[in-house]
Design a protein around this ligand. Sequence first.
Ligand SMILES: Nc1ncnc2c1ncn2[C@@H]1O[C@H](COP(=O)(O)OP(=O)(O)OP(=O)(O)O)[C@@H](O)[C@H]1O
Ligand SMILES: [Mg+2]
Length: 384
Amino acid sequence: MDNIKIQIVEDEALIALNMKGKIEGYQGFMVTAMAASGEDAIVAAERDRPDIVLMDIVLRGSMDGIEAAKEIKDRFGIPVIYLTAYSDDKIIEKAELTEPLGYLLKPCNCREMIVTIKMAMYKHKMDEYRKKAEDAERLRQEEKLLIEQAKLSAMGEMLRSISHNWRQPLNTLGLIVQDIEDAYQFGEINTEYLADFVKNAMTEINAMSETVSGYRNLFKPDKEKKPFEVIGAVNGVLDFLHGQIRSLSVDAKVIHSGIDALYVTGYLNEFRQVILNLMFNSMDAIVERRKALSHATIGSITIDIARRESMVMLKIIDDGGGVPEKLANRIFEPYFTTREQGKGVGVGLYVSKVLVENQMGGRLYFENVENGATFYVMFPETAV
Ligand SMILES: Nc1ncnc2c1ncn2[C@@H]1O[C@H](COP(=O)(O)OP(=O)(O)OP(=O)(O)O)[C@@H](O)[C@H]1O
Ligand SMILES: [Mg+2]
């Protein structure tokens, strides 16, 4: 184990020397510096980064030990043990505010000093562990919140998709219903007409109902990791989006040359959510670029699925103009968005990255290509 590094702050040079001698008489302890003023103590602490500072409360000069201790603790996170005399009772109240790890009465008893230092070091380590654990927990909570927000934003998009998918069957249903009035007037209603009417109406209603149950199945969270087939999963997401894809006249296709099935292990619905986020982003980029260029030929998204050594690699290639170079390293940050107020939260890519990399052991990154962006999603292949 490394030596415990101690800095002494004491304006009586003889006392300081005496303490140094005692401390270094013990194995495993070393004194990094003896400072005589608060200012010197801060300089030395910054330079030597001792594990602990033994600080005389009453110091000559403009800064007392309490002020120096506070600064050393705040700036460098180094804990302090105060050296006090009996007469310092009042001052100790003030010293308490700096949360010292202990007090030593002057003149110091050697054994007591070493024990106090050891106890203080132990307490300091424990405090640090606790702080680290709390930080980790806070991060976890923040991540959870973001994932929740992303789900909400995905739900909004979902509703948009459902209403797109419903538009056509709703129109058809409207026509079927209106026809019955004409049919009545022209005396066309008979058993055959009624059977047809019910059959046609039910076809549309079933299509609408399938959209909703499809949505529920597609996005309910998975409880456990399982092997799933990637090409089918991607096609499922595109089927789900077909209403939107058609109404935007986007040319969306999946290519997987020479391969019929590729398996990876993970959460299927989270994978779907990632593909969905990337598709939404590409569609948004395409809409924006069309607005800017009034260029009708823009609008293709290709999902290329392939095997690369032992990895499954998906490329989502669009022609939406790509990400401006100066923003490229920010798009995966939470809440980073270039969309108009109210249109994007900026969590899609962040959450996708967490899902792919932290939950499923994969990789998600992007590069700009001619006319657009390509997002890469990679997972280790599962042999089945
Ligand atoms: N395919 C893409 N082409 C061009 N820019 C993109 C593309 N995908 C993402 N971006 C940029 O990255 C930003 C962040 O994307 P992200 O999905 O995290 O958030 P968002 O789409 O803005 O909002 P949200 O997904 O929360 O609704 C976008 O605002 C956009 O500027
Ligand atoms: Mg997005």
